[in-house]
Design a protein around this ligand. Sequence first.
Ligand SMILES: NC(=O)c1ccc[n+]([C@@H]2O[C@H](COP(=O)([O-])OP(=O)(O)OC[C@H]3O[C@@H](n4cnc5c(N)ncnc54)[C@H](OP(=O)(O)O)[C@@H]3O)[C@@H](O)[C@H]2O)c1
Length: 222
Amino acid sequence: MNIKDKVILITGAGTGLGKALAIAAGQAGAKVICAGRRKERIQQTATEVTKAGGVGTAVEMDVTDPKSVEKALHQAEKAGPIEILINNAGVITGLKPVQELPVEEWDKIMATNVRGPYLLIRATLPGMIQRGFGRILNISAPIKHLPKATAYCASKCALDSLTKAVSYEVKGTDILVNAVEPPFLDTEMHKGGKKPEEVVGQILDLAALDAGGQGGRIVKIG
Ligand SMILES: NC(=O)c1ccc[n+]([C@@H]2O[C@H](COP(=O)([O-])OP(=O)(O)OC[C@H]3O[C@@H](n4cnc5c(N)ncnc54)[C@H](OP(=O)(O)O)[C@@H]3O)[C@@H](O)[C@H]2O)c1
């Protein structure tokens, strides 16, 4: 699908994969809403999106907080209704054996990696259903059963389930919901691996499937 002029919301767009996706979408002429908590980071990304040939807008958003999501979406939709949602914001902290993992750490990881995508989907899906068009791509991960990363693994498994279940709910419409498992990427989250720029083409292709494309998939990319 040609994403020129499409309104794309990307969470966690101030750094790493989200930033690279935003700039690549900008190069393709999209209107990119760059969401995240650190204002200066998302503003920097939005500026780079516009320089690349798109239209970048920064919106402050804490994906774990329904009020923050609602307020940010109200601001974001001045660019137009959200047509493509990329749930990219995520955290991997508290890497320790499960019996040592504080409850607060578990809750923070689940809130960012699962509740966040749920809140964003909940807020944007009604408009997509009303307009009869939408694309949702959740950024999952290939690690699902790694010792000392129980909360992160459980959160990404839950995200995959959310992806499939929502996809079944919108079956028969032109709304496609998928998830992607990127390889290790060199970002704030993880040192070493591929540069995010090496995988953004594949990810944007999945986020912008043509009508009739398949939903409910968890796609591993290399
Ligand atoms: N790096 C890897 O090897 C790898 C591999 C597979 C999958 N992934 C997935 O790729 C996605 C992006 O990760 P990354 O590697 O690019 O790491 P990153 O640079 O740390 O990016 C994570 C982004 O999420 C944002 N974020 C965190 N908590 C948030 C919250 N409560 N509300 C809004 N935004 C929040 C952060 O921005 P603020 O702190 O400014 O809000 C940050 O920009 C994640 O979902 C991750 O699980 C990464």
